[in-house]
Every structure is written in structure tokens, then in C-alpha cells.
Design a protein around this ligand. Structure first.
Ligand code: ADP
Length: 379
């Protein structure tokens, strides 16, 4: 077992397309890391470079202590699981699972058989070993593809959207199953998905990509509670975070729809850390509550659409200039068209620089870095 390290990795196609730029990441031994981002953000390219299916334009990739830039894919000691399971249709499940090992592991038939049996048990397909892939459901085929990766006992699993062909219920089930197996085997895993919920539920850490650039790396909790920029804030969490254009006036965030007065301490932190006047107040739909009192921090809004989602309600609201969403658990007494007031706690407020999109409370921008430097020199 080994960790994986990518240093300054870049992939350019032709002269103009930079699919992945300056990618730095150290994946610890046994860690489950998910690379998530919209379509075309470079996720598959990252995985394919680790697998050796794509050459890299710049940088270094290592598995354990070994630099693998020039190592052939079959010699990298990794196993891939894809969205299309890529099973051999004419082979039985057992043969599909053992084929790779028989081809180039030099292990005895007995040992291979034992490993296949163990992996099949782990995946719950031990009674399917004689069947052909066409006789199996999508979920069972996915289990075979995963079992085939397990049999090889690789240094790392690389998984590219492995659950996206399954229906929603099975996908949720397979998520927990893959997680359980990964924890049991403690095999370093890099998992690619466009589905933020999948990333947030399965991973030790999440890497968020956009346009080939890393936006943030962190635990699911970190990227949710401290998104580094508006892209991460919007991409992670469902429904997405709401944004209101504001400026800081004394200790109040003032916009067309909002005048949210802050504690002195919070206002000072924002003033201290933001280089620009134009800010964005971010608040998650689940952090909004009905206010109803005439508090000056309330937002007046009209309920445009009410959408029940299980026990939850998604309320689509409009204030003068901004559309926003509120997520409320349980009974909602308002009807579409009703006017209402909503509010939220200061502790749930995120503040971004409108020009750069950066979270002024979690990133150290040039201004605050320079100030810190000056203070240090003065001291
Ligand atoms: P994702 O997996 O996030 O959808 P990809 O890694 O597949 O994104 O692609 C990243 C970018 O690289 C996209 O702009 C895509 O069009 C481009 N790209 C991927 N493969 C090739 C290729 N073989 N030739 C040219 N451009 C490519």
C-alpha cells in the first residue's frame, strides 16, 4: 500500500487546451480522495494521468517513493474501475475477475481462485461466478468490476464515475458498500465524480476542480463550512448557497434587498481582510429561518414556488433584486404568493470579495498578508 503524490502536474492538449494546470496533491496511504467538479473541469484527465493512460505535460507523479512518470500503465500497480464496467462479455464472472491475475501475476491457480472467492464474497456475488455479464443486472456488473479490481490487491484504486450508470437507489447503496470495502482494505483510492453529494458522503478529503484548476482541497466538512471562493460555495451543498450583493457600511452589510447589521468584531474582521468594497453575502438555504418580527436584519420576500422534497421543503423566494432559496424541514404554513420575512444567524454568514470571488474570512488576501507582514516587522 502506498500514497500518491502529484507535484505541479499539468496537461495540455495541443497549443490551446490546458485540461489540468499546476495540480499539487498528496494522497496519504489508505486515504479516500474524491476529485469533483463540473463536466470538462479535468477530473478524468487527473485520473488518467495517475493511471498512465495519458502522458503528463509537466510535473511529477509518484506512487509511494517511486516516480512513475515514465512507468507503463500495467506496471504502476493500480486498478481502475470505470463507469462502463468494461467486462469481457464472453467470459464468466469468475474468469473476468481472475483474467488480469492469470495474465501477469505469476501466482498459482489455487491462490488466484482463493482471491477471486474472497473478493466475490466481499462484493456479495459469490453465487454469480458462473454467469456471463449479460445475465447480471447493472448493479451486479458493477460489483464484478469492483471485485476484479480488489482481486489484484493494488497499491491504489482509481475510480471514474463508477456508479453513474446505476439508478438512484442502487447508487446510494453502492456508495456505502464501496466505502465499507475501501475502509476494510485500506487501499488508497482516488474517486472521480461530478456529483458533489457523492463526493461529500464518501470521502476523507475532496478536491474541487474548475477549468483544470484546484479550487480547494479539504475534508467534506471544511469545504462545506469554509468554502474558499464562490465557486466552491455554490458547487458544494444542495440547494446551492444564496448570494446577495452588498457593501460594508460601518458595521452593516448593505445591499438592495438587505441591511444586515453585524457585531463589531465580525465587521472589523471583514474590513480588515477585504481589499475591495464590493462584497457578496453568502447564506445557505438551510441556515435561513422565518423571522416574522420586525427585526431590521430581516429580508422581505415573496414565496414564488414551494417544492416538497421528502420531509424537506425547498422554498423559492424573491426579494426586490435577488432570487434565493430556503430549505425548511417539516410543515410550512405559507402559500405561494405570500409575503414573508426571513433571517439568519451571523455565525452562518459567508463573505466573498465580488471581484475575485474569494472568501474574505478564510483566505489571506494580498492586503491582509501585507498588513500581517508590516505588523511582524514592527514587532
Ligand atoms: P472531466 O472529466 O472533468 O469532464 P476531462 O478531464 O475529460 O474533464 O477534460 C478536461 C478538458 O480537457 C476538457 O476541456 C476536454 O475537452 C479536454 N480534453 C480531454 N481529453 C482531450 C483530448 N484527448 N484531446 C483534446 N482535449 C481533451
Amino acid at each position: 500500500m502506498s500514497g500518491i503524490r502529484l507535484e505541479g502536474v499539468r496537461k495540455r492538449y495541443g497549443d490551446s487546451i490546458v485540461a489540468v494546470d499546476d495540480f499539487d496533491l498528496t494522497i496519504e496511504n489508505g486515504e479516500f480522495v474524491t476529485v469533483v467538479g463540473p463536466s470538462g473541469s479535468g477530473k478524468s484527465t487527473v485520473l488518467r494521468m495517475i493511471a498512465g493512460l495519458e502522458t503528463i505535460t509537466d510535473g511529477t507523479i509518484s506512487i509511494g517513493d517511486r516516480r512513475i512518470n515514465d512507468v507503463q500503465p500495467q506496471d504502476r500497480d493500480i486498478a481502475m474501475v470505470f463507469q462502463n464496467y468494461a467486462l469481457y462479455p464472453h467470459m464468466s464472472v469468475e474468469d473476468n475477475m481472475s483474467y488480469g491475475l492469470k495474465l501477469n501475476s505469476g501466482r498459482s491457480d489455487e491462490e488466484i481462485e482463493e482471491r477471486v472467492r474472497e473478493a466475490a464474497e466481499m462484493m456479495g456475488i459469490e453465487d454469480q461466478l458462473d454467469k456471463k455479464p449479460s445475465e447480471l443486472s447493472g448493479g451486479q456488473q458493477q460489483r464484478v468490476a469492483t471485485g476484479r479490481a480488489i482481486v489484484r490487491d493494488p497499491a491504489a484504486f482509481l475510480m471514474d464515475e463508477p456508479l453513474s450508470n446505476l439508478d438512484a437507489k442502487l447508487r446510494a447503496h453502492m456508495r456505502t458498500e464501496l466505502q465499507r470495502i475501501q475502509e476494510e482494505l485500506e487501499t488508497t483510492t482516488v474517486y472521480v465524480t461530478h456529483d458533489q453529494e457523492e463526493a461529500m458522503t464518501m470521502s476523507d478529503r475532496v478536491v474541487i476542480l474548475n477549468h483544470g484548476e484546484v479550487q480547494q482541497v479539504g475534508t467534506p466538512r471544511e469545504v462545506f463550512t469554509e468554502p474558499r471562493n464562490t465557486f466552491v460555495a455554490e458547487f458544494i451543498g444542495s440547494p446551492s448557497m444564496n448570494f446577495f450583493d452588498v457593501r460594508l457600511r460601518d458595521s452593516t452589510l448593505v445591499g438592495h434587498d438587505i441591511a444586515y447589521s453585524l457585531s463589531r468584531e465580525f465587521a472589523d474582521r471583514i474590513a480588515d481582510r477585504s481589499a475591495n468594497e464590493d462584497l457578496i453575502l453568502g447564506i445557505r438555504p438551510e441556515h435561513m429561518t422565518f423571522a416574522g418580527t420586525d427585526d431590521r436584519n430581516d429580508i422581505d420576500a415573496v414565496l414564488e414556488v414551494r417544492e416538497p422534497v421528502g420531509d424537506d421543503n425547498y422554498l423559492y423566494l424573491r426579494s426586490r433584486e435577488t432570487e434565493f432559496t430556503m430549505r425548511v424541514l417539516g410543515q410550512v404554513d405559507y402559500e405561494e404568493g405570500d409575503e414573508l420575512q426571513v433571517s439568519f444567524d451571523e455565525s452562518d454568514v459567508h463573505v466573498f470579495d465580488r471581484a475575485t470571488g474569494e472568501n474574505v474570512l478564510v483566505t489571506r488576501n494580498a492586503v491582509s498578508a501585507a498588513r500581517a507582514e508590516t505588523t511582524r516587522q514592527d514587532a
